[in-house]
Design a protein around this ligand. Structure first.
Ligand code: HDD
Length: 745
C-alpha cells in the first residue's frame, strides 16, 4: 500500500479523473458510461437505447434464409461507424508509449529559486501522470528497440498543469527547433520504402548525424546503454531544456529538471534487446504494469540544477544549448522531492493515447528561458494536439487541471463544457471573469520582466558552435564495458548502412571524439581505418554520466524477475528456500518447467495430484524475459534438463547476457558444462563460490537445502551472494574476460 499521504493525493487524482471533484460536475457523457462488469447492466446504443441483439444486422428474412440487410438498422450502423473511426492520428514522434498515475511529494522547499507552489509547499501531494515512450517507432512497434525514451510528466498542481516533457537522455540532437523536422525525417523510416521500423540503423539517420555535427554528443548517448533500458522504472528523466525559475525577490535562475530512479539505471545488452523486440514486443509496457499491479511502486528522486541568471555567460559552454549537459561535478543536482507511480491506467486510449503534453504548460514561478529549442517546442506541442485530438483537447479527463478553469475561450468541435452566463468576452459590463491582479497572490502567473536587446537575425550564440567537447567528455566518463558497447552499437548500426557515402564519413567523424573508437568501428564495418585524431582528446571526465554511478544506495532486487527452472525430481528444499528468499526481498520469482502441468519434487508421490504448477514452460518464455535464473539440484530433474536443448539454451543465453545465475546440488555441474569461460570457478565442495556472477553451492546431492548450505557456511551465505549478484543486474567482468562480446574480433 502507498503511504497515506501518497494515497490521499491518489484519491484526489482519482476523483478528478472521475469528474467528481468540486467544480467538475458538468454534463460529461463519459460518466454516464455504466460499469462494464456489472451483470445487471445491459448494452445500449451510444444514445442510450437498450438493445436486445447486437450480433445480427437487421435483414429481410424468408423461411429462415438470410435476405438483404436493411440500412435502417441504426444500431448496426452506429457500431460499425464507431469502429471505423476508432483510431486517431498517432503522435508524429513518441507514438508508442505507456502511462501511469502517481504523486509528487516535495521534501525540501526551493523557495530560494522559485515561487512555484509545487516546488515550495512541502505539505502538498501533487497528482501526476507520467507517459514513457520510444521516439521513432509507430504505435505498434516494439518496446526494446535502440532509441531515446520519452519521460513526460504532467503535474496537476493547485495553480494549473505543469508539464515536464523530457527524455531519458539529458541532451538533444539539435539546438534550434527549426531543425526538428529534419532530424525526425532522417531518423524515421526512409521515405521511398518505409524501412526500417523503429530503428536508427539506416543510411539516412547516419547521413544526417554525420553532416549535422551538433548531433554528435547526442548520438553518443543514443549509441550507449541508455538507449536500451531494462525498464522504464530504471531510467533517469531529464527536462533537457533550460527553464527559468524566479523567486519572491524577483531574482531569476536558469534551471534543469532531473528525475533519478531509486532502482538505479539499468540496461539490456544489445543482443537481449534485439531478441526481446520479437519475443515480447510489449516488454516495457508489461514491466511497468506488472510492477504497479504488484504494489512495487517505482519512485524517482526529483532535483534541479541551477545557475543564477547573471552567471549564464561565465562557462565554456552556453547553458541554453540543449546539446550540452551541465556537468554534475560543477553543477550538482539538488534533490528536493520524489515522484511515485502507484496506479495503472484504467483504459489505454483515454488515459495514455489521449494524454497530451506541452512545454508551454508552466505554472507561476517557472518560465521559458531563451533556449531556442524550448521556445519552438512550445509552439509545436500546442499545434500538434489540434490534429491529434482537436481544439478541445484540454477538456479530456486526463488533460484537465484539478484547479478551476475560467476564461472566454469557447466552442469548437466536441466542446463538452457548458459555460453558463451571458458574456464570453473581456471587458464586460458585469466585470465577469476578469484577469487577476499580480498582487492577488502567488497563484497568478506573472511574466518575468527579462531585458532584451539586439538585432533580428538567424544566428546562434558562438558557444553553440562547439559540437565535440562534450561528446568526448561523455565517452571519457564511461566505464570500459560501456565504451565497448558503444563500439559494438556503432558497428551494428553502420553495418546496416550500405552507402559508402555514409559509412566512410561517419568513421572519420568519430576521430573528432576518440581515435581508438574510430579505428575499432572502421575496422568492424570495413571503412578506411583513420590514422590520426581530428581532435585531441584530453581525457576530461565528469560525474554521473556513466550509469554505473547511478545505483541504489543499498543493493536491491525488488521487482527483479527471476526464473527458477525445475523438472520432475527437483530438490524441493532448495526450490522452496530460494522462492521464499526471493519473495521476501520483493523480487518476482517465476517457476519454469519443461511443461506447465504439475512438476513433482524428488520423492514426491505423483499420484497425489499436487506438485508445483509452473508459471510457464521452457518453450513459452525465454531467458531474455528474466533478470536471473536459478536451478536447484535433484538427480532426475538435472538429467531431464541436460537432455532438453531449450533448457541448455536458457542457461547459455542468460550467461551470455551477463545475468546472475544460481545453482545448487547437481545443477552446479549442469551450469558448469553450459558456461565454458576459461578461468571460471564452480563449487566442488560445500563452499559457496561466486565466480563472474555465477553463484554455486555444493556438488553433493543434498539431503536438504538447509543441511547442504549449513555445510556451505549456511543458506544465508548462498542467498546473500546470489541476491547480491542479481542486484548488480549484469556481470560486466564476464564480458571484460572476453565473453560474449567482441573484444577478440
Ligand atoms: Fe518533442 C512529443 C520530448 C524536442 C515536437 N516530445 C514528445 C514527447 C516527448 C518529447 C517525451 C511525447 C509526449 C507524450 O508522451 O505525449 N521533444 C522531447 C524532448 C525534446 C523534444 C526531450 C528536446 C529537448 N519535440 C522537440 C522539438 C519539437 C518537438 C524541438 C518541435 C519543434 N514532440 C514534438 C511534437 C510531439 C512531441 C511533434 C509529438 C506528439 C506530441 O508532441 O504531443 O509536437
Amino acid at each position: 500500500m502507498a503511504p497515506s499521504a501518497i494515497s490521499a493525493g491518489a484519491e484526489k487524482l482519482q476523483k478528478h479523473l472521475d469528474g467528481s471533484l468540486e467544480g467538475k460536475k458538468m454534463a460529461d457523457m463519459a460518466h454516464n458510461m455504466k460499469d462494464v462488469h456489472d451483470p445487471k447492466n445491459r448494452i445500449t446504443t451510444d444514445f442510450g437505447v437498450t438493445q436486445h441483439n447486437t450480433d445480427d444486422w437487421l435483414k429481410v428474412a424468408n423461411n429462415d434464409k438470410t435476405g438483404p440487410m436493411l440500412l435502417e438498422d441504426h444500431a448496426a450502423r452506429e457500431k460499425i461507424n464507431s469502429f471505423d473511426h476508432e483510431r486517431i492520428p498517432e503522435r508524429v514522434v513518441h507514438a508508442r508509449g505507456a502511462a501511469a498515475f502517481g504523486n509528487f511529494k516535495l521534501h525540501k522547499s526551493l523557495e530560494k529559486y522559485t515561487t512555484a507552489g509545487v516546488l515550495t509547499d512541502t505539505s502538498r501531494n501533487t497528482p501526476v501522470v507520467l507517459r514513457f515512450s520510444t521516439v521513432l517507432g509507430s504505435r505498434g512497434s516494439a518496446d526494446t528497440v535502440r532509441d531515446v525514451r520519452g519521460f513526460a510528466v504532467k503535474f496537476y498542481t493547485d495553480e494549473g498543469n505543469w508539464d515536464i516533457v523530457g527524455n531519458n537522455i539529458p541532451v538533444f540532437f539539435i539546438q534550434d527547433a527549426m531543425k526538428f523536422p529534419d532530424v525526425i525525417h532522417a531518423s524515421k523510416p526512409e521515405p521511398h520504402n518505409e524501412i526500417p521500423q523503429a530503428q536508427s540503423a539506416h543510411n539516412n539517420f547516419w547521413d544526417f548525424q554525420n553532416l549535422h555535427t551538433e548531433a554528435t554528443h547526442m548520438f553518443m548517448w543514443q549509441q550507449s546503454d541508455r538507449a536500451i533500458p531494462r525498464s522504464y522504472r530504471m531510467m533517469q528523466g531529464f527536462g533537457v531544456n533550460a527553464f527559468k525559475l524566479t523567486n519572491a525577490e524577483g531574482k531569476a535562475f536558469l534551471c534543469k529538471f532531473i528525475f533519478t530512479p531509486r532502482l538505479g539505471v539499468h540496461s539490456f545488452v544489445w543482443d537481449e534487446a534485439l531478441k526481446l523486440a520479437g519475443q515480447d514486443p510489449d516488454f516495457h509496457r508489461k514491466d511497468l504494469y506488472e510492477a504497479i499491479d504488484n504494489g512495487l511502486y517505482p519512485k524517482w528522486d526529483f532535483g534541479v540544477q541551477t545557475i543564477p541568471e547573471e552567471e549564464a555567460d561565465s562557462f565554456e559552454f552556453d547553458p541554453l544549448d540543449a546539446t550540452k549537459i551541465w556537468p554534475e561535478d560543477r553543477f550538482p543536482v539538488e534533490y528536493c522531492g520524489e515522484l511515485e507511480l502507484n496506479r495503472n491506467v484504467d483504459e489505454y486510449f483515454t488515459q495514455t493515447e489521449q494524454v497530451a503534453f506541452c512545454t508551454g504548460h508552466l505554472v507561476p514561478g517557472i518560465h521559458h528561458s531563451d533556449d531556442p529549442l524550448l521556445q519552438g517546442r512550445s509552439f509545436s506541442y500546442l499545434d500538434t494536439q489540434l490534429s491529434r485530438l482537436g481544439k478541445n483537447w484540454q477538456e479530456l479527463p486526463v488533460n484537465r487541471p484539478v484547479c478551476p478553469v475560467m476564461n472566454h475561450n469557447r466552442d469548437g468541435q466536441l466542446r463538452h463544457t457548458i459555460t453558463k452566463g451571458t458574456v464570453n468576452y473581456w471587458p464586460n459590463r458585469y466585470g465577469a471573469a476578469p484577469p487577476a491582479d499580480p498582487s492577488e497572490g502567488k497563484h497568478v502567473y506573472v511574466d518575468y520582466p527579462a531585458k532584451v536587446e539586439g538585432i533580428k537575425a538567424r544566428l546562434r550564440s558562438k558557444k553553440f558552435q562547439d559540437h565535440y567537447s562534450q561528446a568526448q567528455l561523455f565517452y571519457n566518463s564511461l566505464s570500459e564495458p560501456e565504451k565497448m558497447h558503444i563500439a559494438a552499437a556503432l558497428s551494428f548500426e553502420l553495418d546496416h548502412c550500405d552507402d559508402p557515402l555514409v559509412i566512410e564519413p561517419m568513421c572519420q567523424r568519430l576521430t573528432d571524439i576518440d581515435i581508438s573508437l574510430a579505428q575499432q568501428v572502421a575496422d568492424l564495418v570495413g571503412g578506411t581505418i583513420p590514422q590520426k585524431a581530428n581532435r585531441s582528446n584530453e581525457g576530461k571526465k565528469t560525474k554521473n554520466v556513466s550509469q554505473t554511478e547511478i545505483q541504489p544506495k543499498e543493493p536491491t532486487i525488488e521487482s527483479r524477475r527471476v526464473a527458477i527452472i525445475i523438472a520432475d525430481g527437483y530438490d524441493a528444499v532448495a526450490y522452496n528456500g530460494i522462492l521464499g528468499a526471493l519473495k521476501g526481498a520483493k523480487a518476482l520469482p517465476y517457476t519454469i518447467g519443461p511443461r506447465r502441468s504439475p512438476i513433482y519434487a524428488a520423492g514426491e508421490d505423483k499420484s497425489s495430484g499436487k506438485g508445483v504448477k509452473p508459471d510457464h514452460n521452457l518453450e513459452g518464455m525465454r531467458s531474455t524475459m528474466f533478470d536471473s535464473i536459478f536451478v536447484p539440484g535433484g538427480v532426475d530433474s538435472i538429467a531431464t534438463l541436460r537432455k532438453n536443448g531449450r533448457a541448455l539454451h536458457w542457461v547459455r543465453e542468460a550467461y551470455a547476457h551477463l545475468k546472475a545465475i544460481g545453482a545448487t546440488g547437481e545443477a552446479v555441474d549442469f551450469i558448469r558444462d553450459a558456461c565454458q569461460l576459461e578461468g571460471m570457478e564452480f563449487s566442488t565442495s560445500s563452499d559457496v563460490v561466486d565466480s563472474y556472477g555465477v553463484v554455486t553451492a555444493s556438488k553433493v546431492q543434498p539431503e536438504s537445502f538447509k543441511e547442504t548450505l549449513a555445510m556451505a557456511k549456511g543458506a544465508k551465505d548462498f542467498i546473500d551472494a546470489y541476491t547480491y549478484e542479481i542486484s548488480q543486474h549484469k556481470n560486466f567482468e564476464r564480458e571484460l574476460k572476453g565473453f560474449p562480446m567482441m573484444v577478440a574480433y
